[in-house]
Design a protein around this ligand. Structure first.
Ligand code: IMP
Length: 202
């Protein structure tokens, strides 16, 4: 079955491809559909945004679509950057600018009060508009300084619970085994084998 990933982010395509590599799925992405309009992420929750992206991309492409919406939730920042994670430091902010803003906002906050989590919602939609969502979360804390060069986004400042190194210091496989997206995708892959998920298969 063909599934279009509702993203142009190559890192995400690679990450999702690695986690779903055992499933009998042919993955496409929006780079295969250059005319697909940009989906406006104006929802107030990760789930609202993921479902909107999946529905709109499935309707445009005529294929089943898989969308993720994800972000960093920092306790001491009242849940920021949350759904604004990609644009925390401004509309076209770089990953570096976003993570520097988080570090600046936390200032000298001690490690015990730097609790945070990555959350992810994966939504799977049919061209007819049916949608089902899957959730993943990884608890951790924000490091005092960026460490490591792997991954993307806030990876250099996020230390998952029970560990000492950031996501950016891990191999891709180590991160996949722990990550919010890895967990939400595992829930999708498990559900995919159930008949209910083969919504309006064409
Ligand atoms: P979106 O899910 O594409 O809307 O973007 C979410 C934003 O959250 C990304 O641009 C990153 O800044 C951040 N983010 C989501 N997942 C991760 C991750 O696995 N590592 C680091 N940052 C992430």
């Amino acid at each position: 079955m063909k599934i279009v990933l509702a993203t142009r982010n190559q890192k995400k395509v690679e990450e999702i491809g690695r986690v779903l590599q055992d499933a009998s799925i042919e993955l496409l992405s929006l780079t295969d559909f250059p005319d697909c309009p940009e989906v406006v992420e104006d929802g107030e929750t990760f789930q609202a945004n993921a479902e909107k992206k999946a529905r709109e991309v499935a309707a445009f492409t005529g294929c089943h679509a898989l969308a993720d919406d994800s972000g960093l939730v920092v306790d001491s920042l009242q849940g920021a950057p949350g759904v604004y994670s990609a644009r925390y430091a401004g509309a076209d902010a770089t990953d570096q600018a976003n993570l520097e803003k988080v570090l600046a906002a936390l200032g000298k906050t001690p490690a015990s009060q730097r609790g945070a989590r990555f959350q992810c919602v994966i939504s799977f939609a049919s061209p007819g508009g049916e949608v089902e969502s899957f959730f993943g979360c990884v608890e951790g804390r924000i490091n005092q300084t960026p460490q490591g060069n792997n991954g993307f986004g806030y990876d250099p400042v996020f230390v998952p619970q029970g560990g000492e190194v950031t996501f950016a210091e891990m191999t891709a496989q180590q991160k996949d085994a722990l990550s919010h997206r890895g967990r939400a995708l595992a829930a999708f892959a498990a559900g995919y084998s159930k008949p209910a998920l083969h919504i309006s298969s064409s």
